[in-house]
Design a protein around this ligand. Structure first.
Ligand code: ATP
Ligand code: MG
Length: 360
């Protein structure tokens, strides 16, 4: 029997609720296969800070180090609540970025998927959705502005100022490009390269390296897009995209927009892959506005489990079953509150019911 250790970092806000549903799914997969998932829960995020004074405590680091894969819920507090935590101990800066840095999870895959049959979930018109939205954003996850030097102070004129640096070296760009091209080869052989080279030097180097890497993948067609145009195009003609590659901050913003065109961030799972370790998380935040109400959509978290099964445990067939089970819940006319607005015809179920139906 195969034995996999999974560090489970449920986190803050809706994290624990949607993680519970993901675990239900792991349990049923265990029953169906010759596999044992050893779940290792650990504190991570604001909950860890309040309990230990550290958002990513040593005990959690040790558990993650031992794990074959990490399943992470969501972290963060509401704008008001977060004022109780010093800037450097904030869950994002004190836990999330250190997690990404520790395991060098440079490749973040964020599928944006909505079949034609679920066009009614989207705020876009059915004719815009056509045969369905099916694209993957490949986001560089350990470089750029989020990892640059940061400085805040008072300048010579006595004015408060801030300085943040955006840095990439060619190797960081090359490795994410290879990931994107390889993925494109497995799909429609179409890669949209997202940049802002008319303003940013970082995008000039980004594009240069992209062109060098492209020579190794002559079968992949590259289309260059300025990030701002890409934002418009995602709303007006999302079906033109298949694989999109972009730097860290562009990916943060455009992938939230990806959730927007689907109709909910709750439909956004992701995989964060490093050379030796991978972790899996919803693309969205901790949704403090709906936390503790049993109404969050666990699709993003269960989808992240599917990505873990395929990527970390070589269980592609079961991953497929998980996706199909979730689509089956939608096909039966059910969804959580985010996608079942009054008059939509969708029958509203809660977080736990969604998990139960997937398991069924
Ligand atoms: P972060 O900065 O961590 O990405 P954010 O500020 O982008 O967080 P989110 O926490 O992602 O904000 O939430 C944005 C909106 O999307 C909120 O209204 C939230 O309720 C909704 N939302 C996010 N995730 C889900 C989910 N799984 N189910 C239902 N609604 C969700
Ligand atoms: Mg966000």
């Amino acid at each position: 029997m195969k034995n996999y250790k999974i560090a489970v970092l449920a986190g803050d806000g809706i994290g624990p609720e949607i993680t519970a549903e993901a675990i239900k799914v792991l349990k049923v997969i265990e029953e169906r296969n010759d596999v044992k998932f050893e779940l290792m829960p650990a504190l991570f995020g604001a909950c860890a800070y309040f309990e230990t004074g550290d958002a990513f405590p040593q005990a959690t680091i040790d558990i993650c180090d031992q794990a074959d894969a990490i399943l992470k819920g969501t972290i963060g507090l509401s704008h008001e609540e977060s004022k109780k935590i010093p800037v450097d101990k904030q869950p994002e800066r004190g836990a999330l970025l250190p997690l990404r840095r520790r395991y060098n999870t440079y490749a973040n895959f964020r599928p944006v998927f909505l079949p034609k049959s679920l066009a009614h979930f989207s705020p876009l018109k059915p004719e815009v959705i056509g045969d369905g939205i099916d694209l993957i954003m490949v986001r560089e996850l350990v470089g750029g502005l989020y990892f640059g030097e940061k400085e805040m102070g008072v300048n010579d004129k006595g004015l408060r100022y801030v300085r943040e640096t955006l840095e990439y070296d060619e190797e960081q760009i090359r490795r994410i490009m290879h990931e994107a091209f390889k993925l494109a080869q497995k799909r429609r052989k179409l890669l949209h390269n997202i940049h802002k080279s008319n303003v940013l030097k970082s995008s000039v180097l980004w594009n240069e390296v992209m062109e060098e890497v492209a020579k190794e993948y002559p079968d992949v067609q590259v289309v260059n897009y300025l990030v701002d145009s890409a934002a418009t195009a995602l709303c007006l003609k999302p079906t033109q995209f298949d694989v999109m590659v972009m730097e860290n901050m562009f990916g943060d913003i455009l992938s939230d927009q990806g959730g927007g065109i689907l109709g909910s961030l709750g439909l956004m799972p992701s995989a964060c892959i490093g050379p030796e370790k991978a972790y899996y998380e919803p693309s969205h935040g901790s949704a403090p506005d709906i936390a503790g109400k049993n109404i969050a959509n666990p699709y993003s978290m269960i989808g992240s489990v599917a990505m873990m099964l395929e990527n970390s445990f070589d269980m592609a067939a079961e991953a497929k079953n998980v996706w199909a089970a979730m689509q089956g819940v939608f096909a039966d006319g059910y969804s959580t509150a985010d996608l079942s607005k009054p008059g939509s015809g969708v029958k509203m179920i809660n977080t736990q019911e969604f998990g139960d139906k997937v398991v069924e």
